[in-house]
Design a protein around this ligand. Structure first.
Ligand code: AGP
Length: 364
C-alpha cells in the first residue's frame, strides 16, 4: 500500500490517531434529532420487517468478531432483541440451524475474508436475510449482503485493525439505536444515546492525549512473558480485543477472561510475573470489578486498570472519559491499542507487518 503516513512512523500509529475523524465520519449525516433515531440508508429493512426479527446472529473473524460481540450487547440492551456473535468459520462448519426469523449480520473490515463470505453465501442459499457491517465499499461481502451499514473508517493499511474496530462498534451502536427506536427504546433514551455518540470524537481526542503516560506504562510491561486481560459483560469483549492486539504485534502471550471466571481457574496463574489489565467502567458492575482487583492484589499480581476514576488496588490506572454505559466500550479499547503499540515498539517489533499474518485472509 502506498498511502501517505502523514508524519507518523507507522500506519498503526496513524490509524489510531485518525479515530476522532473516523468516528465523526460514521456518524455524519445519519442522526435524526427530530425522532431521536438514526437513518441508515443502505439497510434495506423497513420498520415492519424490523419488528418481526426474533433473533440476531452476528458473524465475523478476529477483531471483527470482537466488534460483533460488543454489537450484540448493544443490540440486546437498546433493541431488546436476543443477539449473539460467533466466529464465522465455526458457524459455517457446525451445520447451524438457519431460522427465517433470525437476522444475520456479517462483519468485515476488508469485506473479503473467505470464512465470512462463505458463511454469507451458505446463509443466503438457505434463504436467510443477511446484512453486512463492512468497511470496504463494493467488497465481496458488501455485494453478497441484502443490505447493511458501511463503517466509513477509511483505508486501513496496518495488518492489525484499530480504527476500523472503533468505527464498527460505533456502527453497531447506530444500528442498535435504529432498531431500538422502531421497537421499545424511548425518545428520551434515544436522545441520551445520540448525545453520547456526539461526544465520542472529542473524548477520543482526550484519550489520545494520554499517550505519553501509556508509553511509560508499556515500558514496564514490555518484558512480560504473558499478560491477563479481564472485563465483565460489556468489558469482556474489550479485554478480548486488547489481548488480541497485544499478541498480534508484541508476540507476548495474552489471555482474556471474564473477571467473574477468574476464581474458576485462571486465578491459579496470578503471581507478580503475570500482569493483569482490567476493564473497570463506572457502571452497575463497578463493585464486582473492584472485588476482582482485590483478589488479584491479594496474590501480589500487578494491575493496570482502564477506568473512569483511579483504582486504589491498581498499580496504574488509565483514566478515560465517561460516556453513556452502553457506549463506554468504544472508548475503553482505545488506550489499549496504544498499550499494544508501545509495548511492541519497546520490544523492537515490526508493527505494521507482524510475522505470520496477512491483512485479509481470503483463503480457508
Ligand atoms: C485484526 O487485528 C486482525 N489482523 C484480524 O483478526 C482481522 O480482524 C480478521 O482477519 C478479520 O478481517 P476482516 O475484518 O477484514 O474480515
Amino acid at each position: 500500500a502506498s498511502y501517505d503516513m502523514g508524519g507518523h512512523d507507522t500506519y498503526m500509529h496513524k490509524e489510531i490517531s485518525e479515530q476522532p475523524d473516523a468516528v465523526d465520519r460514521v456518524l455524519r449525516g445519519r442522526i435524526d434529532d427530530r425522532f431521536s433515531t438514526v437513518h441508515l440508508g443502505g439497510l434495506n429493512l423497513d420498520a415492519r420487517e424490523a419488528r418481526t426479527i426474533r433473533r440476531i446472529k452476528i458473524l465475523g473473524c478476529g477483531t471483527s468478531y470482537h466488534a460483533g460481540l460488543i454489537g450484540a450487547g448493544l443490540i440486546e440492551s437498546m433493541a431488546r432483541i436476543p443477539a449473539d456473535a460467533e466466529p464465522a468459520s465455526e458457524f459455517r462448519y457446525r451445520n447451524p440451524v438457519v431460522d427465517p426469523d433470525t437476522l444475520y449480520i456479517a462483519v468485515s473490515q476488508s469485506g473479503e475474508t473467505y470464512d465470512v463470505l462463505a458463511a454469507v453465501q451458505e446463509l443466503k442459499r438457505k434463504g436467510a436475510r443477511v446484512l453486512g457491517v463492512v468497511n470496504v465499499v463494493g467488497s465481496a461481502i458488501a455485494r453478497e449482503a441484502d443490505g447493511g451499514v458501511y463503517v466509513h473508517a477509511g483505508p486501513e493499511v496496518c495488518v492489525v485493525s484499530t480504527k476500523c474496530f472503533t468505527n464498527t462498534v460505533t456502527a453497531f451502536a447506530l444500528l442498535a439505536l435504529h432498531l431500538g427506536r422502531i421497537r421499545d427504546l424511548s425518545v428520551t433514551d434515544g436522545k441520551r444515546i445520540i448525545e453520547g455518540l456526539r461526544k465520542l470524537p472529542s473524548q477520543i481526542e482526550e484519550i489520545l492525549k494520554t499517550e505519553e503516560q501509556i508509553k511509560e506504562i508499556a515500558a514496564e510491561y514490555a518484558g512480560a512473558q504473558s499478560m491477563m486481560f479481564i472485563g465483565r459483560v460489556r468489558g469482556y469483549p474489550v479485554a478480548l480485543e486488547a489481548s488480541l492486539k497485544l499478541k498480534e504485534i508484541s508476540y507476548i502471550h495474552a489471555e482474556a477472561y471474564p473477571a467473574s471466571e477468574l476464581k474458576h481457574g485462571p486465578l491459579a496463574l496470578i503471581e507478580p510475573a503475570l500482569p493483569t489489565v482490567a476493564i473497570v467502567p463506572d457502571d452497575d458492575l463497578l463493585e464486582k470489578n473492584r472485588a476482582a482487583l482485590e483478589e488479584i492484589k491479594a496474590r501480589s499480581g500487578r494491575i493496570l486498570a482502564v477506568a473512569h476514576q483511579p483504582q486504589p488496588k491498581a498499580d496504574h490506572t488509565i483514566v478515560v472519559p465517561k460516556n453513556e454505559d452502553e457506549l463506554d466500550p468504544i472508548l475503553m479499547g482505545i488506550p489499549l491499542q496504544l498499550l499494544a503499540y508501545h509495548t511492541a515498539l519497546a520490544m523492537g517489533r515490526d508493527i505494521d507487518k507482524p510475522r505470520n499474518l496477512a491483512k485479509s485472509v481470503t483463503v480457508e
